[in-house]
Design a binder for this molecule. Structure first.
Ligand code: FES
Length: 120
């Protein structure tokens, strides 16, 4: 993962597998230990702050494991909230109706560019 300035993180498109492991990155502007993550879903990258909408804990089971076994939803490892990968909306669990905080991400020329300033 390459960080080119305070706000932009750039990675190779190939680093992000379809419905596979997500990639985490630091979000120091939100706090010392706050992270974000990016996953690929139906061909497109989606990035969110790595904080459940129920209690602000990180979602992943093991580092980078955000998907359910069926790979259709992102799941919180603490109480099992299910989020739509394409918009972060919680469809099941204690925070149903709430959403993850999205982070701007674009993919072009085989690169994924995450704008971490977009969460501020
Ligand atoms: S902390 Fe995520 S569902 Fe409760």
């Amino acid at each position: 993962m390459l960080k080119i300035n305070e706000n932009l993180i750039i990675l190779e498109s190939a680093a992000l597998a379809e419905s596979g492991k997500g990639l985490r990155f630091a979000l120091p502007m939100l706090g010392e230990h706050v992270t974000g993550f990016v996953v690929r879903y139906k061909g497109k990258p989606y990035a969110y702050v790595n904080q459940c909408a129920h209690v602000s804990v990180e979602l992943d089971w093991n580092e980078g494991d955000f998907y359910t076994a069926q790979q259709d939803f992102l799941i919180c490892s603490t109480h099992g909230a299910h989020y739509r990968p394409d918009n972060g909306f919680c469809v099941f669990g204690p925070c149903k109706g709430k959403s993850l905080k999205p982070i701007e991400v674009v993919e072009q020329n085989q690169k994924i560019i995450i704008n971490t300033a977009s969460v501020m």
